[in-house]
Design a protein around this ligand. Structure first.
Ligand code: GSH
Ligand code: ZN
Ligand code: ZN
Length: 191
């Protein structure tokens, strides 16, 4: 059986709009949905195969992007949110009833602090940035995907025009290493 990556990929990638300025995300509860409002489009939207990012049922990957945390507000049923793992770098706020992750936030010193991680399929609007690449691809093996299926998974991404990486894209890896270098006292001119 062909690997099922994620609805935003399997239903055909919809290109985002440059003028799109955000919308509301809802959890999967039938009533009293948790709602968050984003006053921004996402950036660095990508498929993530890691075990910690929320995936819709039947999908091998999560699709996750970032927004400035100032652009995120919880606008309904905040009392249903709980942090999945308080020790994790990304504190993923999930609905305690349906399990959907609404937003992930970084509180510790980190290159991506200030950005919240969100899943745009929780919105019914169009215009969100389309997925740009796939990261943490090999991590799906840790959740039970057979190692021999990996060629097929990577080929599926390639077929829809997305590069695959086993950590993050070069742009994001460079951002992380730049932050680490600066922490160690290295100064770069003209960044
Ligand atoms: N192979 C590990 C990778 C986990 C991982 O490092 N995830 C990345 C991508 S979301 C991360 O930045 N995690 C930080 C965190 O979860 O707090 C897994 O699948 O659990
Ligand atoms: Zn819910
Ligand atoms: Zn992840």
């Amino acid at each position: 059986m062909a690997p099922y990556i994620h609805p935003l990929i399997e239903n055909g990638i919809t290109q985002g709009s440059d003028s799109f300025s955000g919308g509301k995300l809802h959890c999967h509860c039938a009533s009293n949905q948790v709602e968050i409002t984003l006053n921004s489009n996402v950036a660095h939207n990508h498929a993530c195969g890691c075990s910690k990012c929320w995936k819709p049922s039947g999908s091998l990957f999560s699709i996750v992007g970032v927004v400035p945390r100032d652009a995120v507000s919880v606008t309904a049923n905040a009392s249903k949110l709980r942090i999945v793992d308080k020790e994790a770098t990304i504190q993923r706020n999930a609905c305690k009833d349906c399990g959907v992750h609404l937003f992930g936030r970084i509180e510790k010193d980190h290159p991506f602090k200030g950005l919240d991680f969100v899943h745009v399929e929780l919105s019914d609007k169009k215009g969100w940035q389309e997925p740009q690449f796939a990261g943490f691809v090999s991590s799906i093996i840790e959740q039970g995907s057979h190692p021999k299926e990996m060629d097929e998974v990577r080929a599926r991404f390639k077929a829809v025009g997305l590069q695959t990486y086993d950590v993050l894209s070069p742009v994001l890896m460079d951002l992380i290493s730049t932050f680490t270098a600066q922490k160690a006292g290295i100064r770069f001119a003209n960044l």
